[in-house]
Design a protein around this ligand. Sequence first.
Ligand code: ACO
Length: 325
Amino acid sequence: MSIGIVGWGFYVPDKILTNADLEKMVDTTDEWITTRTGIKTRRIAPSDMAVSDMAAAAAQRALDKCGLSAKQIDVIIVATITPDMFFPSSACFVQSKIGAENAACFDVSAACSGFIYALELGRNFLCNKKYKNVMVIGAEKLSVITDWQDRGTCVLFGDGAGAVILSEVKSGGIISCYLGSDGTQSELLFLPGGGSRNPASEDTVKNKMHFLKMRGNELFKFAVRIMADSAEEVLKQAGLKKSDIKYLIPHQANSRIIWATAKKLDLDESQVFVNIDRYGNMSSASSAVALCEILESKDIKRGDKLLMVAFGGGLTWGSSIIEVS
Ligand code: ACO
């Protein structure tokens, strides 16, 4: 049974934050941000827009693309580390906004690898033949967990959402998927405040514990190794060669990580999809939006194989090969 993508859509907020804007906020330069990260602009959601608002906009575009009605969606999975609230899940809010009254809804937390985790979950829901259409969304409002006074992190992140609809397809589809985690390295990237370990208090606010903490250098080294290893592993599982891949869609964390991964995999620059310059790192939404932009492009035809690979907090990693249906 082949499970593939039949609809897709993404949404990014209108507000553009440039490197020049950041120069006025922290001690940084356009030159530093561009050469160290590859980022020029990122999108920032307004204060009254939550993750489910962006996710629902992307979801509606995915429905419009394939002509399915919201009532035909059986499952909604939202990958996010910035949900509207602890509960209900952001997926339930999306359900309500788009009118997907027949769907079972839940969120997945696997940081930047979340969309690839959710894709694999969605595929498994469909493989048991009980469900027909699964909506998988990667959506983040990272701007609310970013410390806008910390130049080491605030230049990196942005907001957005991407959605795909998975169904049975006659040709192509998701060929293989590889997922992994290493919980012993959780201190490289985490959000200490607000959960059951450090519930919100005056102290957690004062100590900036509701903002993302990151050990950038160590993550960088881990990322370059795991992105290449994970891509190799999923190719092996699929019985494919690197030359079979039309596009690598790497997680958009840092352009230097992207190019180092491409080099390790012996891929030509033209085979690597990059949108970090426009959006920065949108965590789980990065893979989702990049996949939507690729599927939308005129350069893609049936049978082309796409290799997605991501890493993130957890630590987590994942890779997936999709043949365009
Ligand atoms: N502007 C100017 N200078 C800066 C800035 C900035 N925005 N940020 C840091 N610096 C300075 C540092 O203070 C340091 O100065 P020093 O040498 O005087 O101490 C110098 O630049 C070098 O800092 P490094 O941290 O070594 O810079 P590096 O080249 O490693 O780049 C970066 C930092 C961009 C964060 C990089 O390590 C990286 O991309 N790491 C991976 C991040 C990642 O993948 N995160 C995943 C997040 S996923 C998620 O959050 C959900």
